[in-house]
Design a protein around this ligand. Structure first.
Ligand code: GLA
Length: 399
């Protein structure tokens, strides 16, 4: 395996072909519809989406694909190349605590409960890597189902429905960043999203003389495991205390300066732990604007500085890094040519995003790969993402 894998081996088109033959082998019939969705890496704007803040994610060329067709009985027949096979009655769908919850939730919220349906799920986006594997799966599922139904969803509508499945069926109180990024991705661009009204702007993510690396630590993360919900809850509670006390709106963390915030929070009697969480969010919202500006100015040094600052804030104020991940960041920062690196996504495992000078990229990636395997996990992988990818692609099979 090459240290810095290229993504030439699995395009959305190849994945579609592969899915069609896998579906056929599993069910002895051809699929009727399908969809392929990318993963995402967030450049900056972490834990800001669920308090009406700003984010700047990009879709990456690692994919989840879903092929779907009608089945004979009133059952959902699900085969995943990663998680194995499951079958369940299609009526009265409820959460069971397994990977098929995503399928069941998508079927239920798409209004297709009771129908006999078959699914084949396959791709190269590693599950639990902090690169939005669940959003990618859900956006692909709702898009494929909408095609099967003959009422194709636009990507934004698919993203909104996928988020409802996460929030209402799977029970993860996530914001909108992940579903939005994997549905709406644009080749070569990061997406500046305002989570207050979902308005967005594509920002060219290419930087002269520098490359983006995605570093999967190999430490599995699971949003459903509770740590994420705990942070979301703490931020939301602290925001509502502050907004009541000072008569500010729920979007106050997009407005208030971090130092001003400390004063307001002390007056409202918030704990130092809660203040630290809010200081991260308020300063992170500012970093999203700084990052947009640095990308527009095509200034790799500034981008690197913002990444490093963002990691420190996530680690010291927001508390979602770990000693192992901080050690990885410290090691990466000592490698010549690494301009900046930070944890991306929810944290406590998962992936990091780094900007590296092109001339040093191969050597830096090799050093990182070796460090991952020796110090963190044999599953750790370094990906040179090249250009950000386009968003979800759905199809109806024609024979
Ligand atoms: C997860 C969630 C997102 C967002 C990030 C943290 O990826 O799904 O909504 O909150 O964590 O920025």
């Amino acid at each position: 395996m090459s240290t810095v894998p290229s993504f030439d081996f699995l395009t959305p088109e190849l994945l579609r072909e592969d899915l069609t033959s896998r579906f056929h082998a599993a069910f002895g019939a051809s699929p009727e519809a399908g969809a392929v969705a990318p993963g995402r890496v967030n450049l900056i704007g972490e834990h800001t989406d669920y308090s009406q803040g700003f984010v700047l994610p990009a879709a990456i060329p690692l994919y989840t694909g879903v092929a779907v067709g009608h089945g004979a009985g009133g059952e959902l027949d699900v085969v995943s190349s990663t998680f194995g096979a499951e079958r369940m009655p299609s009526q009265g769908l409820e959460k069971r605590g397994s990977f098929s919850d995503y399928v069941a939730g998508a079927v239920k919220l798409a209004g297709m409960e009771g129908l006999g349906l078959r699914f084949y799920i396959h791709g190269d986006l590693p599950a639990g890597s902090g690169l939005s594997s669940s959003a990618s799966l859900l956006v692909a599922l709702v898009t494929a189902l909408s095609r099967l139904k003959g009422e194709p969803l636009e990507p934004m509508a698919a993203a909104l429905l996928a988020r409802r499945v996460e929030n209402e069926f799977v029970g993860v109180p996530c914001g909108f960043m992940d579903q939005f990024a994997v549905a709406m991705g644009q080749e070569g661009a990061a997406l500046f999203l305002d989570c207050q009204d979902n308005s967005f702007e594509a920002i060219d993510a290419e930087l002269p003389g520098a490359e983006w690396l995605v570093v999967y630590s190999g430490l599995h993360r699971k949003l459903a495991s509770g740590g994420y919900a705990h942070k979301v809850d703490a931020v939301r509670r602290a925001v509502s205390v502050l907004s009541l006390k000072h008569d500010l709106g729920e979007g106050l963390l997009r407005l208030v300066d971090a130092r001003e915030l400390e004063k307001l929070a002390a007056q409202a009697g918030l704990s130092p732990e809660d203040v630290a969480l809010l200081v991260h969010v308020a300063s992170e919202n500012k970093r999203v604007f700084l990052m947009r500006h640095a990308l527009q100015r095509k200034n790799p040094e500034e981008v690197g500085w913002i990444l490093r600052d963002g990691h420190r804030s996530l680690s010291l104020d927001f508390g979602v890094s770990t000693p192992l991940l901080d050690g990885l960041v410290e090691f990466a920062e000592s490698i010549p040519g690494v301009l900046g690196i930070r944890l991306t996504g929810a944290g406590m495992g998962g992936s990091l995003v780094a900007l590296v000078r092109s001339q040093d990229c191969r050597v830096a990636a090799t050093a990182l790969q070796t460090y991952l395997v020796e110090h963190i996990s044999p599953e750790g992988r370094v990906f040179a993402i090249g250009q950000p990818a386009g968003g979800v692609m759905g199809w109806t099979q024609s024979y």
